[in-house]
Design a protein around this ligand. Structure first.
Ligand code: 3HC
Ligand code: NAI
Length: 694
């Protein structure tokens, strides 16, 4: 008998138990264990029914993703499901935790499914760049109807047990002891005469209006820009309408095998594991307990502070929002209120919810109101002198054990920590704009940040719905430091011969939602101009444009022009004249620049900076950098993040191109980083460094 799958007799019911922590994924041992157990139960001939039960925290949460891309060892999952369907006695799946992907497909092969009330189910393969490959696209439509199945499969979202029960997928919700209730259920159905219901034979729900189905497909695919898997999922579900089951199963499997071998799924699987690795902070073991966080304070009710306060309030954490004047407070609060109202309108949520969540935000003037906070996030102006004064005041005001965080974009957290007598309690919590929407949270570990403070920031980050990534102190941390390389190249490309719309088209063609110039117009060009002035540097084109009062969308003019009330960028001959004049002024002969060169110059210098960041230990793993770029900067998911993508291009090419760029621009900062040079020489990629599972 397999070590991970056992079976035992409980009266008339044979209970198969799967025990393969952490999530009972369908590894080869689990698949063969289930098939062997079923064969043995049939041969023993004692049982009237079989119960499929999982030990630990969850029912089977899917195929074993670490086995993808390797030769599959039989029995494959469809074979195991075939054994279940051929059983002469009913097989019942008892679902607790999550029945996902192959786990749900296994349950769909069973004659009945029962679940605990808090169980979840779904087919999240699409999030790994796949479609369900073991019958999910055919059996789920038979269970709940093709349109409902389409929505579940294309979204990949987890669904509540109750919905499964309402739709006819789950035969019974079992309150209390699931195992005992499921055994009783199996006894009852085992006592009935066969044949027992199999979804493969049940076509009653497949009759749908084709036009309605097609409309549902268009809607479901509307947000799947650049990804192959959602369309493959929809095409497979469509087969359930008119293709005989066994033919459809073969086609589904073929489509699955094609996607699993493709670059997009590899990238998405990499991101799945990278996100989980990023949750593990070097030096912060599982024994480090986060501090309890019952309330928060946010300093500054501006662009970021308002959004950060919303994050806490939306997660049910009471927050004191602190400003320097009543007027600023009022303005900040009214923006928060409007944001909540707009989102309630958009999602159709109860408007009464807005008042409820607003009640969790207490507006106050004066830093002394941070005294009772368990965590304080500072989001005042980006000025070191001001931040140091504020940190010193917080040190005097805050209770012992309070965590003091800064949302600074670039500044040195160690210097802020040094303004306090409790540097162990200080760290960076760098949110991205708009803070209530963007998923990324860079958690900046300063020199003396205590491990439990990091653990708390990670846990709070997750609680408020962010993807936290720990980074080290340096100018701009991971994301903005890499972005600075792209910004420098954007300016140079214009100077040498490109135009904003050409650069933006290459970058959006790669899969970013926006190019650097449209992005600049959205963020506001005055910010960069002011920051360059402070640093005493000049970017001829960017500064001339901003100095002309062209601040971007807010002035309807930036790198592009904008029509009243519209956000679509329109080419502007005035800007193009400024660009050409700047080239002339600086003595640069304009030349045609190929799309390949544009793409290389947009991405390779950033990857180079990423290599330096890894070498310096500012990021612990290449996957952490990928998670930053996917969640904070719109890097296309299908490409897996800059460092994963770099591996797919090949580091020798990137090294050679960077060396050429450095020579052409006479810019030593473009010389390939040592780490990149070493890996390229060894024929390795960034993935060889750490944490590569997929
Ligand atoms: N295969 C291999 N490892 C898996 C796994 C899987 N399907 N699902 C989770 N794990 C691992 C994680 O990598 C992690 O490992 P680590 O501790 O070494 O980092 C560990 O299990 C725990 O995972 P989480 O940290 O994510 O635990 P949570 O409790 O937060 O979440 C979960 C549990 C909701 C099950 C989540 O892990 C999840 O969403 N898993 C993936 C589910 C999925 O995508 N299933 C479909 C797979 S594809 C498929 O089934 C193809 C089929 O159609 C043929
Ligand atoms: P902002 O100018 O919109 O808001 C700052 C607010 O702080 C103002 O309302 C101001 O009145 C208030 N303030 C100043 N001194 C104060 C004090 N002593 N006590 C209480 N409130 C005080 O600035 P923004 O954009 O919100 O930036 C805040 C911080 O967040 C900066 O450090 C910035 O670098 C960082 N950041 C900004 C991002 C952005 O996209 N705007 C993104 C990520 C970080």
């Amino acid at each position: 008998m397999s070590a991970v799958v056992t079976h035992a007799q409980h009266g008339a019911v044979a209970v198969i138990s799967i025990n393969s922590p952490p999530v009972n994924a369908l590894s080869h041992a689990v698949r063969s264990g289930i098939a062997d157990a079923l064969t043995a139960i049939k041969a023993e001939g004692k049982a009237k029914a079989v119960l499929l039960w999982c030990g630990g925290r969850t029912f089977v949460a899917g195929a074993d993703i670490t086995e993808f891309g390797k030769p599959s060892k039989p029995p494959i999952l469809p074979d195991v499901i075939a054994v279940i369907e051929a059983m002469p006695i009913p097989v019942v799946a008892a679902i607790h935790g999550t029945a996902l992907g192959g786990g749900l497909e296994l349950a769909l092969g069973c004659h009945y499914r029962v679940a605990s009330l808090d169980a979840k189910w779904g087919l999240p393969e699409v999030k790994l760049g796949l479609l369900p490959g073991a019958g999910g696209t055919q059996r789920l439509p038979r269970a709940i109807g093709p349109i409902a199945a389409l929505k579940v499969i294309v979204s990949g979202a987890h669904q509540p047990a109750k919905l499964g029960h309402d739709l006819g997928l789950i035969a019974a919700i079992i309150p209390g002891d699931l195992k005992a209730g499921a055994i009783a259920f199996a006894e009852t159905v085992g006592a009935k005469a066969g044949p027992h219901p199999r979804l493969r034979d049940d076509t009653a729900k497949l009759e749908v209006d084709r036009a309605k189905f097609d409309t549902a497909v268009t809607e479901a695919l509307s947000k799947s820009r650049g990804l192959e898997a959602p369309a493959a999922c929809a095409a497979a579900v469509a087969m359930s309408l008119d293709t005989p089951l066994d033919d459809a199963l073969k086609l589904e499997r073929a489509s699955f095998m094609k996607l699993v071998a493709g670059d997009q799924s590899k990238a998405q699987r990499h991101l799945f594991f990278a996100e989980r690795e990023a949750a593990k902070v070097p030096g912060v073991g599982p024994d480090v307990r986060p501090r309890p966080i019952k309330n928060a304070a946010v300093l500054g009710a501006g662009t970021m502070g308002g959004g950060i306060a919303m994050c806490f309030a939306s997660a049910g954490i009471p927050v004191t929002l602190i400003e320097q004047t009543e007027e600023n407070l009022k303005r900040g609060l009214s923006i928060i209120q409007k944001n909540y109202e707009a989102s309630a309108k958009r999602t159709g949520a109860d408007p009464a919810g807005v008042a409820k969540v607003m009640a969790l935000i207490t507006p106050k003037v004066g830093l002394e109101h941070a005294k009772d906070a368990d965590i304080v996030v500072e989001a005042v102006f980006e000025e070191m002198a001001l931040k140091k004064t504020i940190f010193a005041t917080l040190d005097a005001v805050c209770k012992p054990g309070a965590i003091i965080a800064s949302n600074t974009s670039y500044l040195d957290i160690d210097a802020m920590a040094a303004a306090t007598k409790r540097p162990g309690d200080v760290l960076g919590m760098h949110f991205f704009s708009p803070a209530n929407v963007m998923k990324l949270l860079e958690i900046v570990r300063a020199k003396y940040t205590a491990p439990d403070v990091l653990a708390t920031a990670m846990s709070v980050g997750r609680k408020i719905g962010k993807v936290p990534v720990v980074v080290g102190v340096c100018h701009g941390f991971v994301g903005n430091r890499m972005l600075a390389q792209r910004s420098k190249q954007s300016e140079l490309l214009l100077l040498e011969g490109a135009l904003p719309h050409e650069v933006d088209a290459v970058v959006t063609g790669f899969g970013f939602p926006m190019g650097p110039f449209a992005m600049g117009d959205l963020a506001g060009l005055d910010i960069g101009m002011r920051s360059r002035k402070e640093r005493g540097v000049r970017a001829e084109i960017a500064d001339t444009i901003a100095e002309a009062g062209r601040y971007g969308q807010k002035t309807q003019k930036g790198y592009y022009r904008y029509e009243e009330g519209r956000r679509a960028p329109i080419r502007d001959p005035e800007v193009e004249a400024i660009i050409v004049a700047a080239s002339k002024k600086l003595g640069v002969t304009r030349r045609p620049i190929s799309n390949d060169e544009i793409l290389g110059r947009m991405l390779y210098p950033m990857i180079n900076e990423g290599a330096r960041i890894l070498d310096e230990g500012v990021a612990a793993r290449p996957g952490d950098i990928d998670i930053v770029w996917i969640n904070g900067y719109g890097f296309p998911i299908a490409k897996g993040g800059p460092m994963h993508w770099a591996d797919s291009v090949g580091l020798p090419k990137i090294r050679d191109d960077l060396a050429r760029f450095a020579k052409a621009a006479n810019d030593p900062t473009l010389e390939p980083a040592q780490l990149l040079v070493r890996l390229a020489a060894e024929g390795k990629g960034f993935a060889s460094l750490a944490g590569a599972k997929a």
